[in-house]
Design a protein around this ligand. Structure first.
Ligand code: SAH
Length: 236
């Protein structure tokens, strides 16, 4: 079986890549796809570049060209829920696109005809992720993640998104990966670690914590793969 692990930025995948002795590099469409093996499992690790368009492109290539059968996303996010602090782990129960707005036609924010506002992530992977969190003694919460093509760092926008979508965290890629996976019937999982609280200090917090945070998410993702194999959620 072949699965994919995506981050948006180089920093989000580098610590994970370092856990593998060797890789095969495939360059395609402006991205670098790192093929690694873990026992019989083939894994492709890649960073998409930031935003919904690049995330959609990369996810589609992973499924259509590389024939991956599952996508795991690992990255950072801004917190909307006041209970979430920098460094906390969040897994997406469902995701939405907060910057989709055809409300002028009477639709809800985030709604696209013939689609839905929210897309749910794979329940079984989430369940395994929770057992990994217990094993590693990290607290993890599940919540709604809202995606859009903006780095949010002001209260007005933050509360607009939080209130409209009941969202707990926000990022710039998850909602796009979800659309690709849903439409191609592929299970997906989103892990985000809080890098900032989407307020006026968001950019400063982001830069300060990114490297420390991505080491934590790499360790988690590596354990998640091991556990998915152990629980036979991967067909290898
Ligand atoms: N430091 C980068 C830009 C980071 S953009 C540079 O200068 O090149 C923020 C990235 O982290 C995106 O991939 C997004 O998914 C996530 N993210 C973290 N905090 C966010 C926030 N407050 N709003 C939106 N996305 C956020």
């Amino acid at each position: 079986m072949k699965i994919a692990i995506i981050g948006a930025m180089r920093e989000e995948i580098e610590p994970l890549l370092e856990k593998f002795d060797k890789y095969n590099l495939v360059e395609y469409g402006g991205n670098k796809y790192y093929e690694v093996r873990y026992g019989n499992l083939e894994i492709i690790i890649v960073y998409s570049k930031i935003g919904k368009v690049f995330a959609t492109f990369t996810a589609t290539i992973l499924l259509e060209k590389f024939r991956c059968e599952m996508i795991l996303f690992s990255g950072v996010a801004g917190a909307l829920n006041s209970k979430l602090k920098i460094g906390d782990f969040v897994i997406a129960s469902k995701v939405c696109q907060h910057d989709v707005d055809i409300t002028k036609f009477g639709h809800d924010y985030g709604y696209i005809p013939e689609s839905s506002v929210y897309i749910e992530s794979d329940k079984q992977i989430r369940c395994v992720a929770k057992s990994v969190a217990e094993k590693l003694d990290v607290s993890i919460s599940e919540g709604i993640i809202a995606t859009g093509d903006q780095f949010v760092g002001d209260d007005e926008m933050k509360y607009f998104i939080k209130n409209n979508f009941c969202a707990d965290a926000l990022d710039m890629e998850s909602g796009a990966v979800a659309v690709v996976c849903k439409n191609l019937d592929i299970p997906f999982f989103i892990l985000r670690i809080i890098s900032d609280t989407a307020n006026k200090d968001a950019d400063i917090n982001f830069q300060e914590f990114i490297n420390e945070i991505t080491k934590k998410s790499a360790a988690f993702m590596f354990e998640l793969i091991k556990e998915l194999i152990k629980k036979q959620k991967l067909n290898i």
